[in-house]
Design a binder for this molecule. Structure first.
Ligand code: AMP
Length: 192
């Protein structure tokens, strides 16, 4: 079993790298952002509720987010491991994740942070917004709010896993291939 948190600010390339890691290590990819977007597209109550926060660049409340994550994890009890992308985003979410995994006799093996400077983040997301239908990628103010939310509420999670000796940083600037290889090096050096 291998359970990895792919960590970093919005626009740091987590989704792109997660897709490649899924194939390389045979993992189930869980992106809470993707889960919320499919609920929104399906027009469910949960999707409508999440959209109120997402459209402002704010976090969806922990109870809702942990609930959707739990359902997704329990539907993949036979997984070889998970790659978490965009989750956890708060320390209570990290605690809930640890609890859920321990109920399944598992644990987080590593948090890998993609390190990218703020200005590069904002430019990348606005560029992504030109080619996607995500409204939260199109508005600079919302993009900056998301970055600030990351700094204040999400970045402490690095310390949370660092205290357990499980947090690693790789540069998220460079080619997709180079970044992928740096992440693989970290994973391959774990004694799992
Ligand atoms: P993402 O696709 O990961 O950039 O997420 C897009 C938006 O979905 C975020 O700005 C939040 O509004 C919401 N979201 C995704 N994951 C979480 C989470 N773990 N906790 C709270 N809100 C989330």
């Amino acid at each position: 079993m291998l359970n990895i948190i792919l960590f970093g600010p919005p626009g740091s390339g987590k989704g792109t790298q997660a897709t490649r890691l899924v194939d390389a290590y045979n993992l189930v990819h869980i992106s809470t952002g993707d889960l919320f977007r499919s609920e929104m597209e399906a027009g469910t109550e949960l999707g409508l509720q999440a959209n109120q926060f997402m459209s402002r660049g704010e976090l969806v409340p922990d109870e809702v987010t942990i609930g959707i994550l739990r359902i997704k994890m329990l539907s993949h009890r036979d997984a070889h491991g998970f790659i978490f992308d965009g989750f956890p985003r708060t320390v209570p979410q990290a605690e809930a994740l640890d609890q859920l995994l321990s109920m399944m006799d598992q644990q987080i093996d590593a948090l890998i942070m993609l390190d990218v400077p703020e200005e590069e983040i904002v430019q990348r997301i606005l560029l992504r917004g030109q080619n996607s239908s995500r409204p939260d990628d199109n508005d600079e103010e919302i993009v900056r709010t998301r970055y600030q939310v990351y700094v204040s509420k999400t970045s402490p999670i690095f310390h949370y896993y660092d205290q357990k000796g499980k947090a690693f940083k790789v540069s998220g600037v460079g080619t997709i291939d180079d970044i992928f290889h740096s992440i693989c090096e970290e994973i391959d050096s774990l004694h799992v």
